[in-house]
Structure formats: structure tokens, C-alpha cells
Ligand binder design. Structure first.
Ligand code: XMP
Length: 510
């Protein structure tokens, strides 16, 4: 299988580079620069290497450098942003800091005739984000693009097939960026471009069949997309040697536990153990009202429950995690700055005593994982399901968490989801759910006074969940959901709709 290596020097856009390459039907693997040697690169038979961007300056004391032997392997290289500065520096060029003329954002770039700029106009908009620039060109290189502020916006040594661009071809703001990557892959690396996602699936099944032969493998299945895809993939490789543990913490949506058992246990025949830990979680959560404290208790208890089950199972050789590439980046496990800690990475205890962690999806993005899920025959409603937070309904029960409040919430939430589905509105909202507030109010039913909880409905529209707008749901859908909830769910007198965006609110209420 032909493949490209994306050598990661820590830039925030690096994830996108691999993805763009895969979109062009060439498989791309990302590896942190300090975890692969030139010898390993040569042995792996890569058709090309892309040096990514990164936040450093090549002269910083701790800036990532790379072994210059890589330049002599005869494998084509494309350096991007920090990557091109590093290539120039490694080849004897001089890099300078230009605080007064740093470039950020859309910039007009003038290109010359070069293989990398085939079918790219001589003047086009590119996305720049740099302070340093190449001041003195290394021997053997020539300048093939410039901007008003950057004399070396692109360089190349055509004989050694080494290219570099100061701008970011992987972002859509660089209008001809994809064309440049296409040129690198097909004109310079001479790739065929016949890779498909199904190749990845088949290769992974085969790889883990060999690698995990005879081993006892454990996976914590949450019923979310990532762990589900990892489970089905590994089950195809090693069958019953994969044991999945599903922890029902009593904070799940209506029907969730049954759905997971039915889908994975019955449909796929996966060796699946459901641990009913509702009583354990609810007793730990009794009287707790502070949101962060709830989360902490749930996180810790989850680990304890999983650990207890693992101990019962005897020696475990391998732990599988459904980590995907953005999780690694966001947790600061690659070279990028830490943005937030993610529950998937390193969340499970060493005390279980496994020898190895396997993360079969760690190179992929969410939509790629979904595509694999579809290929593996996982039901569409699971593959395309909305996100559900690890702490479950606990972050949607305001105030003290009780079984009574959870049951009311489960019913109200199920009705709201049914109405969204009935009105076929899944395409206009990315996450939608009910929240049970700690507020009770007076109502009237028949001729009787009632006194019950207020349910808040929340629906948001977003690309990345970092920001979100409240979804403009049609009034008649809201009306029907409200009528049904107050009529069908005992203990609810009032339904409100949350019309706050993120920021200033968050998606979840806690
Ligand atoms: P917030 O509330 O932070 O939510 O705006 C953004 C997205 O993240 C989900 N979320 C979580 N997911 N563990 C998770 O796995 C958590 O602790 C957690 N908290 C929030 C939330 O559902 C939304 O999709």
C-alpha cells in the first residue's frame, strides 16, 4: 500500500495535512518527529514525507530538529511553514525573525513555474502564519514563490525532490492548496492514488490479527462512535479474545443499555459484559450538587468499576482504546500545545496490569471513523448518533442527582428525541437533549393544582462544539414536545426552551 509520512513538528493544522492527503486517495500516517528515525522511514517504504508546521523557531533551544540523513534517502519531501524553515536550516540556509514584517492570514503569493505549482495561477491567495522567514537560501535550492513581505514563500531543490512552502496548503483559505498537495503526491512522489478507506479496514484487521494473536484483549465500550468502531474492528481481527466491558452507571439515556447489548452482543456476537453499577454510582453521588465534583466522582468511580471487572477477568495482555487523532492533539500527547484534557487518553488505570495499549483509530478523524463504522456494518443510527458526554445524564440533572429526577429526565429526553426524529430535523441540529432543572413550579391539570419540575429543552447547531448557536426549531415541534412531556411524564409542570448560544453558555448545563 503506497503511503505518505506526515512528520509532526507540532503545528495546530497538522491533523488536516494527513486528512487532505487521504482525501486525494493516498494513505497518510502521522508520526511525531521524535518517534521515527530515517532508517525506519526508509524501511517503511514511504512514497513521500511532509514536514509539518510547528510553533517554534529553528534556533530556539528546545525546537524540534531532525536527522539530516532524511534528506539523502531519495524520498521526496515537502516542508510546510516551520517544516520549510527546518529543511532550509538543515541544508545550511539561514533563518531570520521578522517581527516587524510577520505575516498572518490571507496573503497574495506570486509563484514561478515548478512541478509543485502545476495548474496554480502565478498570483493567488495563500494562508500565512509566520514570524520567521528564510533569509539565505541553502545551496542547491531556488526560490519558486514570494509575497510582498516574504522573499522565500516557496523553495525547491528539484534534483533531490525537496520542496517547501512558507504558507499552509492544507487550509481552505489557500485557494489552490489542494492542487499543490495533489501536485506533490502525483507529480513529485508519483503516487497512484488508489487508496480507499476499505483498504485501511482490511489492513487493520489483518495487522491486529497477527499482532494480537493468542492475547487477551480488553476494551471499555461506551456505545459512542469511537469505542464502537474500535470494538467491531478488533472483533473482526481476534473474535472472542476481545472482551468488551460496558459500564452502566445509571446515568444513561432511556433504552441505551439495551441498545448497546443488543447491537454488540446479539448483532455482532461480541464477547460483551455489562456491569450494572447504578447503585454504586448513585450512592457516591448522593447529596452532591457541585458540577465539577459530580464529574470527578463519576470519572473516578468509572475507573474503579472497570478495574474491579478487569481483575475478575484475570491477566489482561492488551487494553484497547477508541482514541482518535484530535483526542491526542487536544490532550497534548503530540507536539501541539495542550488545549483540553480528554477522557479517552490515559484515562484508564495502569493498575489493571496490561502490557500494551492499542489504539486502532489514533490516526483518524471523526468523519473517517464514521466511514469505517459504515463499512463495518455498524447501524447508521449508531454511526451518526449525536455526542453524549462521558458523565452522562449527571451533567443534565441540576442540583442533587436522584433516581426520581433521572427517571423523569430519561422520559422527557426520549420524547424530545422522538419528536426531532419524527419531524426529520436531525440535519439542522447537532445535539439535542433535555435537562431537568432544580426548579419546581405550580401547574394545573384537570382541576387540580400540581407542583412539579421544570424541564429545559436544548438543541444546538455547531461545526466543532467549541462554539454553538441555539437551533431555531420550529414552534410546532417545540409545542408538541412540550405537550407530550407535560402530559406523559409525571412530575413535570413546565417546559422551557434554552435560547442561549455558546459562548456565553456551554452546550451542557453543567
Ligand atoms: P460543552 O458543555 O463543554 O460541551 O460546551 C461541548 C461538547 O462536549 C460534550 N461534553 C463532554 N463529552 N465528556 C465527554 O465525553 C465530558 O465530560 C463532556 N462534557 C461535555 C458535550 O456533550 C458537547 O457535545
Amino acid at each position: 500500500m503506497e503511503k505518505i509520512l506526515v512528520l509532526d513538528f507540532g503545528g495546530q493544522y497538522n491533523q488536516l495535512i494527513a486528512r487532505r492527503v487521504r482525501e486525494l486517495n493516498v494513505y497518510a500516517e502521522i508520526k511525531p518527529y521524535n518517534r521515527v528515525t530515517p532508517e525506519e522511514i526508509q524501511a517503511a517504504g514511504y512514497k513521500g514525507i511532509i514536514f509539518t508546521g510547528g510553533p517554534n523557531s529553528v534556533y530556539d533551544e528546545n525546537s524540534p530538529h531532525y536527522d539530516p540523513k532524511v534528506l539523502e534517502l531519495g524520498i521526496p519531501i515537502l516542508g510546510i511553514c516551520y517544516g520549510v524553515q527546518l529543511l532550509a536550516y538543515m541544508s545550511g540556509g539561514e533563518i531570520c525573525s521578522a517581527n516587524d514584517s510577520s505575516e498572518y492570514g490571507k496573503t497574495v503569493v506570486f509563484t514561478k513555474n515548478s512541478l509543485i505549482f502545476n495548474n496554480v495561477p502565478t498570483k493567488s491567495i495563500c494562508w500565512m502564519s509566520h514570524t520567521d522567514y528564510i533569509k539565505t537560501l541553502p545551496k542547491g535550492f531556488s526560490v519558486i514563490a514570494h509575497s510582498d513581505n516574504c522573499p522565500c514563500a516557496a523553495i525547491c531543490d528539484e534534483t533531490r525532490k525537496i520542496y517547501g512552502v512558507q504558507f499552509h496548503p492544507e487550509v481552505t483559505h489557500t485557494i489552490y492548496g489542494k492542487q499543490m498537495l495533489r501536485n506533490f503526491l502525483f507529480n513529485i512522489c508519483l503516487c497512484k492514488g488508489d487508496w480507499k478507506m476499505s483498504d485501511f479496514v482490511e489492513a487493520s484487521i489483518e495487522k491486529y490479527r497477527k499482532h494480537l494473536k493468542g492475547k487477551k484483549v480488553l476494551l471499555a465500550l461506551s456505545g459512542g462512535v469511537d469505542s464502537s468502531v474500535a470494538a467491531v474492528l478488533l472483533h473482526k481481527s481476534i473474535g472472542d479474545n476481545l472482551i468488551c466491558v460496558f459500564v452502566d452507571h445509571g446515568l444513561l439515556r432511556k433504552g441505551e443499555s439495551e441498545f448497546v447489548m443488543k447491537t454488540f452482543g446479539e448483532k455482532f456476537g461480541i464477547n460483551l459484559i455489562c456491569v450494572n453499577a447504578e447503585a454504586r454510582f448513585l450512592s457516591k453521588l448522593a447529596d452532591v450538587t457541585e458540577p465539577e465534583k459530580k464529574r470527578k466522582i463519576i470519572g473516578e468511580e468509572f475507573i474503579r468499576v472497570f478495574e474491579d471487572k478487569a481483575k475478575e477477568l484475570g491477566k489482561i495482555d492488551v487494553l484497547v482504546q477508541g482514541t482518535i487523532y484530535p483526542d491526542i492533539i487536544e490532550s497534548g500527547k503530540g507536539e501541539s500545545a495542550v488545549i483540553k484534557s480528554h477522557h479517552n487518553v490515559g484515562g484508564l488505570p495502569d493498575s489493571i496490569g496490561f502490557d500494551e495499549i492499542v489504539e486502532p483509530l489514533s490516526e483518524l478523524f471523526k468523519d473517517e471513523v464514521r466511514e469505517i463504522g459504515m463499512q463495518l456494518g455498524i447501524p447508521k443510527e449508531l454511526v451518526w448518533r449525536q455526542p453524549f458526554p462521558g458523565p452522562g445524564l449527571a451533567v443534565r440533572v441540576i442540583g442533587e442527582i436522584t433516581k426520581e429526577k433521572l427517571d423523569i429526565l430519561r422520559e422527557a429526553d426520549a420524547i424530545f428525541r422522538e419528536e426531532i426524529s419524527e419531524a426529520k430535523l436531525e440535519s439542522i441540529t447537532d445535539q439535542y437533549f433535555a435537562v431537568i432543572t432544580d426548579l419546581r413550579s405550580v401547574g394545573v391539570m384537570g382541576d387540580k393544582r400540581t407542583y412539579g419540575y421544570t424541564i429545559a429543552l436544548r438543541a444546538v447547531t455547531t461545526d466543532d462544539f467549541m462554539t454553538a448557536a441555539w437551533t431555531r426549531l420550529p414552534y410546532d415541534v417545540l409545542e408538541k414536545a412540550s405537550n407530550r412531556i407535560t402530559n406523559e411524564v409525571t412530575g413535570v409542570t413546565r417546559v422551557v426552551y434554552d435560547i442561549t448560544s455558546k459562548p456565553p453558555a456551554t452546550v451542557e448545563w453543567e
